[in-house]
Design a protein around this ligand. Sequence first.
Ligand code: NAP
Length: 233
Amino acid sequence: MKTVVLVTGASKGIGAANVDRWIRDGAFVIALSRIKKTLELSVKKYPKGKVFPIVCDVSSPASVEESCRIIKTKFKRVDVIINNAGTGYFEPIEKTSLEHWQTTINTILTGTFLMTKAMLPLLKKSKKAHIFNICSTASKKGFINCGSYAAAKFGQLGFTEVLREELRPMRIKVTAIIPGAVNTPFWEKQASGFDLSKMLHAGNVADAIAYAYTQSNNNLVEEIVLKPACGDL
Ligand code: NAP
């Protein structure tokens, strides 16, 4: 029986690397992303029967609800969800607009909540259910110019820790993935000055998730922190 994996923010970066990795490992992937054209382009390379793309804005309750309605008509269970969709604006708090603040919180924090809650009935039908939330080193440490991003990522990690305890009795595993800087399109819109060549690769994050999922039932990998070998950039 194929593992059924749902990935949000599947069209680029860490999400796309996960789609790739799970398909290579023989899973069936439900790939969700906001922009239709980008999503279609990203899944085009896979043969039919490997991936099911759905346009979904995780920050919108109506969009998440509609996606879940479609998923429930096609799938009896989902084994893995990877809450990965995210965005961020690197700017001082003094210059952060309410719009940037809300977009960041709604995508990362509310999106993780909405998708998790909507998919729980299908996860409960799996014999090996696992939720991965892609948090960040900015979930644990305040970096300058990361006000809205840190608020969303600290919140997402707190949510993840509560979720883990609530789902433990149901044998649904919950893992926080906590990467440092990863070389993805995320950095294209940031004037960070970071050296992208020193960053982690998106595939490193996919490898960490595959590692945690393949542990035996008695072993729950609660969190994985990944950093570029050179340290913080
Ligand atoms: P990315 O390359 O910018 O990709 C982001 C993905 O999220 C895209 O597929 C994008 O799709 C999707 N997305 C954005 N807003 C969305 C929404 N409202 N609804 C649905 N999909 C949405 O970013 P990334 O670097 O791979 O980041 C993925 C996750 O890892 C994020 O949660 C990020 O915070 C976290 N992370 C990244 C780094 C890093 O250094 N890159 C480090 C630690 C943690 P569209 O283009 O269609 O909007």
